[in-house]
Design a protein around this ligand. Structure first.
Ligand code: GLY
Length: 374
């Protein structure tokens, strides 16, 4: 008998840049020409039907002009496409077009595109590099940064996926102008979440400037993009794999992700997060971590962002309570919640523990008492 020891200690440097600005297509192609993806010249652009004509075709043309071999892989827009089935279809299409290990994936679009394309990149040929070119406020605020990639399952959102970091993230603020209002609002929900959990001044800034966001004031939009980034990457740099601190980014998502699934994706992700934040500020208030004024301030900002704070009438509230148990923070069949502390903070329960067990009856009462949307 013999035991062999396979020593595979690793030092990994997954650092990358996030560039914010306007119309960054040319900059992206220059970076790629200048070695962002080494000597790789095969680029699979993954996008959805909406973004294809708005942004991805332009990038395809620029890449071809720069001498890259590039192809577009397009799927139906919307959270309902973020599935294992879509992943398989895109992978088979890439294989049929001859893409192998020596390729790079370029995700062009919003959160659904960056989550799905990043997951494909992490598993395609056992992992190929990928770049996120984020065209929505939601992707800028959250999805494109931090390396969480995933698909949804019929049970719940984001249950199958991996941590896989991009080579670079581009946040193209000019692209926000092409979005429907509901999509801007959806991105604002993650923005309000960031302010609620980390930065009182940013919360006040949002209160003051929410109308400037709606009118795409360039300096305000750039500030919003940068503050979102700063808050998110500060957390991710300390706890990439969500061993503890990164759970704070789940604020509003325990109820939010559950209602998103129970609504069968009639609610956009950010709209669901907004209802989740509304439920969770009530929880924080009830636990004595927020004043009534602070709670009402959050609800009022969400409403000014044209986001829902009531539960739509078509939602089965009992099903919603049961769906909470699909949350990744659940431990030993006990619901755990991140609790907001005032505005701009999170309660730390013990050293490095940011989620606390909450009895089902407590959150059930909050959900049952929430107003019904007309
Ligand atoms: N969206 C939450 C996170 O990235 O951890």
């Amino acid at each position: 008998m013999h035991t062999f020891h396979v020593s595979l200690k690793k030092v990994v440097d997954d650092s990358y840049d996030i560039e914010t600005g306007y119309e960054l297509e040319q900059k992206l192609v220059e970076d790629m020409k200048n070695g962002l993806i080494g000597t790789i010249s095969n680029v699979a652009i993954i996008t959805d039907h909406n973004v294809k004509t708005l942004h991805a075709e332009k990038i395809l043309t620029l890449l071809k002009q720069a001498g890259f071999h590039a192809d577009l892989f397009v799927f139906e827009a919307g959270e309902k496409s973020k599935t294992r089935q879509t992943k398989e279809i895109l992978e088979d299409a890439m294989l049929a077009k001859g893409f192998r290990r020596d390729c790079c994936i370029l995700a062009v679009g919003g959160g659904v595109v960056t989550d799905l394309a990043g997951f494909i990149a992490g598993t395609y040929a056992r992992g190929v590099p990928f770049i996120n070119y984020a065209t929505t406020l939601l992707a800028a605020a959250d999805a494109s940064v931090g390396g969480k990639t995933a698909v949804d399952t019929p049970l719940a959102t984001n249950l199958i996926g991996l941590f896989y970091q991009p080579k670079k993230v581009y946040l193209d603020i000019a692209a926000w102008k092409t979005l429907p209002k509901r999509q801007i609002a959806s991105g604002l929900a993650e923005t309000v979440k960031h302010a609620c959990l980390a930065d009182h001044d940013f919360f006040e800034y949002l209160k003051q400037h929410v109308d400037d966001i709606w009118s795409f004031h360039p300096d305000v939009c750039e500030h919003v993009a940068q503050e979102n980034c700063r808050i998110k990457y500060t957390v991710v740099m300390k706890d990439e794999r969500e061993a503890g601190l990164r759970e704070v980014l789940n604020l509003g998502h325990t109820v939010g992700r559950a209602i998103e699934t129970v609504s069968d994706y009639r609610l956009l992700h950010g709209e669901a997060v907004s209802v989740g934040l509304a439920a969770e500020v009530n929880l924080s208030y009830q636990l004595g971590h927020m004043s009534q004024t602070e709670r009402d301030d959050v609800l009022s900002l969400l409403e000014r962002c044209q986001l829902p704070v009531a539960i739509p009438s078509y939602i089965d509230r009992e099903a919603l309570v049961q769906k909470l148990y699909t949350d990744k923070k659940v431990k030993n069949a006990t619901l755990r919640f991140v609790i907001q502390q005032g505005i701009g903070g999170i309660v730390e329960f013990s050293d490095g523990d940011f989620a606390v067990p909450i009895k089902e009856e407590t959150i059930r009462k909050i959900i049952m008492d929430m107003p019904k949307a007309p």
